[in-house]
Design a protein around this ligand. Structure first.
Ligand code: ZN
Length: 316
């Protein structure tokens, strides 16, 4: 069955021009959406990697029919409108990936969203909660171990338990505090998002990212970076997809993968219920998502919507 990758980047996660050349050799892959990342003031510069539009347009010139460029200038860039207009004139089809340390209620987004609304453009968003990130100069192997231990090792569980232990003994607290830096999060307020979805009905919002997918289930545990384990009640994203015709999502990244693997029965219900609203995508993370979707036996009609029909009707 043919498919479209709705969420891809060039020069990200070791995925360079050669890897895209190879990826596009798959005759079933119709085309890919390539997204930028632009943040003028990242809260932790080492977590940010600029993904400029020029790199996308460069490779697109080689594959004019196989690559669809998206572009999301930082909304706090005084020139965002000029940049967006020139990007649209150069064949950009939507705004993405918007991954900036703003909340949805921020006024910096007012004119930006109004512009996208008037143009009726899709908008791919990345949602991630603020946190205190463990930061250490990685001079030795031990530093590297600590960095892993206090960030994402065991899906955040090692950090959760060690921090609790440190806070209860007090002795190591000053040491830990000296290594924690504030990460501001990305577009994480769901209430603000819902207001914007209502306010701008012509924008096709596409949800994605850890905080987005963590809300597949209604309960959240502070123990894990990515929520894991089974759940009984659907959470906020089910509500947004059910309520708003201009709200969509992509399954890409570890966040989508982990969430959809929490409970396959629930995943089947979720994907069937929102069959017109879900896009296949990878975010340069190749975990066998295609085989996984097929293994759920959703039926060819739903599969074809998720794999390509939904994206085609979104863009064209
Ligand atoms: Zn991405």
């Amino acid at each position: 069955m043919k498919y479209i990758d709705a969420h891809l980047h060039i020069n990200y996660g070791g995925f360079r021009k050669e890897q895209i050349d190879n990826y596009l050799k798959d005759p079933e892959l119709e085309f890919c959406l390539l997204h930028t990342w632009q943040e003028l003031r990242p809260s932790i510069p080492s977590l940010y990697q600029p993904l400029p539009l020029e790199d996308i347009l460069d490779i697109k010139s080689q594959y004019p029919d196989r690559l669809v460029p998206f572009f999301a200038p930082d909304p706090t860039d005084p020139n965002w409108q000029q940049l967006m207009e020139s990007a649209l004139a150069r064949g950009v089809k939507g705004c993405g990936e918007l991954k900036v340390n703003l909340k949805w209620s921020d006024h910096a987004l007012d004119d930006y969203l109004d512009f996208l609304n008037k143009k009726g453009l899709p908008l791919l968003i990345h949602m991630e909660l603020p946190r205190r990130q463990f930061f250490i100069e990685k001079r030795s192997t031990w530093d590297k171990v600590l960095d892993k231990w206090f960030n994402n090792y065991k899906n955040g569980a090692t950090r959760y338990y060690t921090e609790r232990l440190i806070h209860s003994t007090v002795v190591l607290e000053p040491w830990l505090d000296s290594h924690l830096v504030d990460f501001a999060g990305y577009l994480y307020d769901f209430e603000g998002l819902e207001q914007r979805v209502k306010e701008f009905p012509n924008i096709k919002f596409i949800g994605h990212g850890p905080h987005f997918w963590n809300n597949l289930g209604a309960q959240l545990s502070p123990k894990h970076t990515y929520q894991q384990g089974t759940y009984h009640t659907f959470g906020l994203i089910d509500k947004l997809l059910s309520t708003y015709s201009n709200f969509f999502c992509d399954i890409s990244g570890y966040s989508g993968w982990i969430a959809l693997n929490r409970n396959h029965t629930q995943t089947k219900i979720f994907l069937s219920r929102h069959a017109d609203k879900v896009f296949y995508g990878t975010d340069n993370v190749f975990l066998g998502q295609r085989e996984f979707i097929k293994s759920l036996s959703l039926g060819s009609e739903i599969e074809s919507k998720i794999f390509y029909k939904n994206i085609v009707s979104l863009i064209f």
